[in-house]
Every structure is written in C-alpha cells, then in structure tokens.
Design a binder for this molecule. Structure first.
Ligand code: NDP
Length: 497
C-alpha cells in the first residue's frame, strides 16, 4: 500500500463530536441515539454521529423558513451569486481535506474525490452562481377584446419555491448535495439537506465553509439521521415546500408519494436505472473495451448514470470479453487513499452483501461469469470487477440495477433489434451509442428512451447540460436552465389600463 498521509485537519475533524448544522452552528443532536460511520476499506469505525430527532428537524426547518422569508429574500441576486462563488473558492482551498474525508467515508479513489467532489462541485457552484442574476419572466401579448379602448398587459415572474429538503445518496455526498444547494440558493430558496447515514460527515464540513463564504445563517442546514425516520419527517414538515431527492427507484417512489400526499409538495426525483451502452460493428475491439471501461467500471460502478447493460455485435463478443478480462485483471484494486488505486471497495457492507447475492443469483440462473464474480480477500468491502454474459434479456442482471462493478453483456445482430433491446427496461436515465458512423448515431438517438444519450462517451455530466431520468428513472431535470423550473413557481400577472 502506498497511501497518502492524512491531513491533520482530517484527523481532528474525525475526532470531533458530530451531529447537525443548523442556523449557522453545529448542533449535537440526540446523544443517546447514534450511528457509526464505517471506513469501507477496512470495516472499522471512523466516527460516531448523533441522530437527528424532532427537535433538530424543527429547528432546521424553522431556521430555513426564517432565512427564506428574511435574510435570503433581502439578499440581491448578484450577492447570492457572489456567495456561491466564494463557497466554490473555499471548496477548492480546502479541497484536499474534503477529498480525504470523502474517500475515507465512501471508498472512492482519492483522485476521483479530488476531481469530482471537489473540482466538479466548485464548477457546478460557479455555474449556478451565474444563473442567480438571470432568472427572469416574460412579457406577454394579450388578445382580450378591448371594448372601451382599454389596453391589457401581462407578464410572468418566477418566485423562489420556499424551503427545499434535499435528500442525498452515499455515492457523491458532496457533489450531489452541491447540485441541490446550488440550484436552490441561486433561485432564492433555502435548504435543509439530509445526507446518507453512510456518508454523513463531509457535508457538515461544507456547511462550515458556507458560513465562512458569507452565506447567511439558516440558508443551508444539515440534519443527519435515517432515511425512513429523519428523511420522512423532513418531507412531512409543514415548512417543506419542495423535495429534491437522489437515490434508488423504490425509495424515490415512496418519497414522491409522501410529498404529493403532504399537499402536492413539488418534487424532483433523480433515480437509478439499468443503463445501456451499445457498440456498433464499425468500432474496433480496442475501442469497444475502452468504452466499456469508461461506461461501466469507474468508481466501482457506483455512478447512477454508469452503464450496466452492454450490447456487442455477435461477431465481436468473444474478442471483446477476452480483452476486457485482461484489462480488468490489470486494474489496480486497493486502498482509496492510494493515489494509484483505480478501484476501491464498495461503499458499505449492505451494498457489498447485495452485490455478493447478485453474483449468486447470476450463478443460480446459469448466466456465464466470464470474469470476477466473487469477493476479494482481506478486510473491507472489496469485490472483483465482474463480467457476466447473459443468456437473454430475462436474466436478473439484465434487469435489476446492481450499482456495482458488474457489466452484463448480450450480443445482437441487427440494429433494429438493438434499439428494442436497449429500450426493454422500465428505466431511462442514460444510454450510449458507440460508432464512427455519425449519421447512423443521429438517426438512432431519438429512438433511445433515456434522459441523456451519449455518443462515443458515457457518464460525463456537465452543468450546462440538463440531466435527469425518463420513464421510472425520475421526474425533473437538474442543470442547464432546466433546473429553474423546478426551484421556482411561475406567477402570471395581468393588468388593464
Ligand atoms: P437510497 O434510495 O437507499 O437512499 C437515498 C437517500 O434517501 C439516503 O439519504 C437515504 O437515507 C434516504 N432515504 C431512505 N429511505 C428514505 C425514506 N423512506 N424517506 C426519505 N428518505 C429516505 O439510495 P442509496 O443511498 O443506496 O443510493 C444508491 C441509489 O441512488 C442507486 O439506485 C442509484 O442509482 C441512485 N442514484 C441516482 C442518481 C441520479 O442522479 N439519478 C445519482 C446517484 C445515485 P439513509 O441512507 O440514511 O437511509
């Protein structure tokens, strides 16, 4: 192992008592009810966090509501943007500390934490900062009849929606929270974030940086606790106007139902999928394998937009799987804080056990495990990157999201069949087509049912490009200008003069 040294600030932070961050201060929470944060690379406890109960939930929602109607409403759009830009600067200034914490808690290779949870998060914040001064309505022409010579005019503007509850998964505990808080704050909303119980620490540090950036108290609040209890109570709270959730499909559906039942609270759901990557026969075997590694195996496959279903022309299947096995066997699997690590452990024990049971399921169903399909020795939640050759679209691993380093492969012979195979899923988050024939790609793309279709790339997101799921993969879009619709309420004004 060749690990980097932990910064003193990381060690000190871990030793602190952890709870919540409400109205600009750390709040201890319920000391008699705690949960442990486990390092997935060793299985050892890193820290203990006090649960949030009714008292913390109420304090956070009241603080967010007071800030929404008070200080944040009086903060000009330009100053809101300045606040987000200053937070972006501080994320970068404290980037190594945040990246180390993120890698320790989630098992993400440190280079990825630096690039995404720090670097990309700062870019997203700056993008949202730019929007804060550009949220406008329209002036409309009215065609009402004018009987006495009177005139009419109409215009729209966008009201910030109110207090947003953001529920965050464990895979990108900083970046996904930044997507939500950047969008909310740019639009004039305030936010209460609930991180995953597996990764509750990094956001507590981000909240401190937000204060240092001059973001007023109460605008960003963090409440830790379990999804079923703390998450639901936040959604139920009368001050919650909108829920923005990223996580699994089943949880997303129950969150969406609850939000609707609680007075049609506005909801954005970014859910999972079973994303397809399809390679056309003009690609070389090497190009296909490079594409598969990019699409399916980054960060142990724990990326919602990653591909899990791979479609390969029959003539190339054997050669692709042979070369892919060679490339996976050369992959450096190791400790997340080793800079040369390409693949770390799975993020938590429950997920590790789920992946092991999916290996078992594949065996029981008679799918061919071409490579991997087992746990790796030693402490921590490590599994081998895995290649499975499916018998048909009916194999469990062609249908169920694994969210792990498992590519499931099916061959095809003609492109009409390929499109129906790609669409044969209730999900529709992302898909990719790999070909040098751009004309073919442009003709096939509109027929692919997914919120984002990549051509000759996969998994890359950009703040300027809307992102979200079609079909059962979600409701709403983040990024681009599309996010504005989801954090504001459109108000129309008509006048006679
Ligand atoms: P979960 O759906 O299990 O949890 C997501 C969040 O919801 C966590 O904070 C969890 O809290 C909370 N939660 C759980 N139950 C409830 C509830 N009843 N009410 C309110 N909140 C609840 O997902 P994971 O954290 O396991 O993340 C993995 C999933 O997220 C994958 O399916 C993946 O595809 C999806 N995902 C989607 C993305 C997208 O943009 N489309 C991006 C990233 C991930 P706790 O953990 O504390 O119980």
């Amino acid at each position: 192992m060749n690990e980097i040294n932990l910064l003193a600030s990381v060690t000190t932070f871990l030793q602190r008592s952890h709870g919540h961050y409400i109205n600009g201060v750390a709040v201890p929470g319920q000391e008699n009810e705690t949960f442990s944060v486990i390092n997935p690379a060793s299985g050892e406890a890193l820290a203990t966090v006090n649960q949030g109960g009714e008292s913390e939930i109420n304090q956070a929602m009241q603080a967010a509501s007071a800030a929404f109607h008070g200080v944040w409403a009086q903060t000009s759009p330009a100053e809101r943007g300045n606040c987000l830009n200053r937070l972006a600067d501080l994320l970068q200034k404290n980037g190594e500390e945040l990246a180390q914490l993120e890698s320790l808690c989630s098992g993400k290779p440190i280079q990825l934490s630096r690039m995404l949870d720090v670097g990309a998060s700062a870019d997203y914040l700056r993008y949202f900062a730019g929007w804060s001064t550009k949220i406008t309505g329209e002036t409309l022409n009215v065609s009402l009849p004018s009987l006495k010579g009177e005139k009419y005019s109409a215009f729209t503007y966008r009201d910030p929606i109110g207090v947003v509850v953001g529920i965050i998964p464990w895979n990108f505990s900083i970046m996904i929270a930044i997507w939500k808080l950047g969008a909310a704050l740019a639009c004039g909303c305030t936010i209460v974030l609930k991180p995953s119980e597996y990764t509750p620490l990094t956001l507590l540090r981000v909240a401190e940086l937000a204060k240092e950036a001059g973001i007023p108290d109460g605008v960003i609040n963090i409440v830790n606790g379990s999804g079923a209890r703390t998450g639901s109570s936040l959604i139920n709270h009368p001050q919650c106007a909108k829920v923005t959730f990223t996580g699994s499909v089943p949880t997303g559906i129950s969150v969406g139902k609850l939000a609707l039942e609680q007075g049609l609270k506005r909801t954005t759901l970014e859910l999972g999928g079973k994303n397809a990557a399809a390679f056309l026969s003009d690609m070389t075997v090497e190009q296909m394998v490079d594409g598969i590694l990019e699409a399916g195996y980054l960060y142990q496959g724990q990326i919602c937009a990653a591909a899990e279903r791979f479609y390969i022309p029959s003539v190339h299947m054997d050669a692709v799987l042979t070369l892919l096995s060679e490339r996976l066997s050369a992959m450096k699997i190791g400790y997340p804080l080793d800079e040369s690590t390409e693949m770390g452990p799975l993020a938590n024990k429950a997920h590790y056990q789920k992946i092991l049971s999916l290996f078992e399921k594949a065996r029981q169903e008679g799918s061919e495990i071409v490579y991997g399909g087992h746990a790796l020795e030693g402490p921590g939640f490590f599994v081998a990157p895995t290649i499975i050759k499916a018998k048909s679209v009916e194999d469990t691993l062609m249908k169920e999201e694994t969210f792990g380093p498992i590519g499931t492969f099916l061959s095809y012979d003609d492109e009409e069949t390929l499109i129906s195979l790609m669409n044969a899923t209730p999900f529709g988050l992302s898909a990719s087509l790999w070909t040098n024939n751009l004309s073919k790609a442009m003709r096939m793309t509109p027929r692919i049912e997914a919120g984002i279709v990549w051509i000759n790339m996969h998994t890359f997101l950009d703040p300027a490009v809307p992102f979200g799921g079609s079909k059962s993969s979600g409701i709403g879009r983040e990024f681009g200008s599309a996010f504005i619709e989801h954090y504001t309420e459109l108000k129309s004004v008509m006048m006679r003069y």
